[in-house]
Design a protein around this ligand. Structure first.
Ligand code: SME
Length: 161
């Protein structure tokens, strides 16, 4: 396993995802411990993009429970029918929210969070096991490039489940 990430020094997120995704694959393949892998993926995404908050919520006990993350402390439990995380889990699809104030039921873990993307992660049987949540302190900070890149990261995690 590599000990350092190589991140291109550019503002071009597509170029960063292109470089990062194979490195994430190398980082988590061959490691069977889910918490270890989620912790490293959260750290890799934060280091590469400087996101305000990046982390995981795991489906357990009939709700979403906070998992490994990077950033400020966050809400620990989210009902399946609450927030952007709950919506992504229930709809089984990625949700991009350009302005969290405009999303009905958004959970404000931090008032600094302004836009976000939440990606459901499927196990090989097709069940959503967890979600990847990325938050920005800037409005409208995410695009289809992030959706595609973060979904690719989600697929790498899902393969190991
Ligand atoms: N934004 C999420 C809540 C989790 S945090 O932002 C870390 C939501 O509305 O689902």
């Amino acid at each position: 396993m590599a000990e350092t990430l190589h991140i291109p020094q550019t503002d071009n997120r597509q170029a960063i995802y292109d470089s990062l995704i194979p490195q994430i694959e190398a980082l988590i393949s061959g490691e069977s411990d889910l918490v270890a892998n989620l912790a490293n993926v959260a750290a890799a995404l934060r280091e590469a993009f400087g996101f305000f908050w990046v982390g995981f919520y795991l489906a357990k006990e009939n709700q979403l429970v906070l998992g490994p993350f990077q950033g400020p402390i966050a809400c620990t439990r989210i009902a399946f029918n609450k927030g952007v995380c709950g919506a992504a889990y229930t709809r089984r699809e990625t949700i991009l929210v350009p302005d969290v104030e405009a999303f009905p039921g958004h959970i404000a873990c931090s008032s600094a969070s302004k836009s976000e993307v939440v990606v459901p992660v499927f196990n090989p049987a097709g069940n959503v096991i967890l979600v990847l949540d990325v938050d920005s302190d800037r409005l409208n900070d995410f695009s289809e490039v992030d959706v595609q890149g973060l979904e690719a990261v989600g697929r790498l995690i899902g393969k190991e489940l």
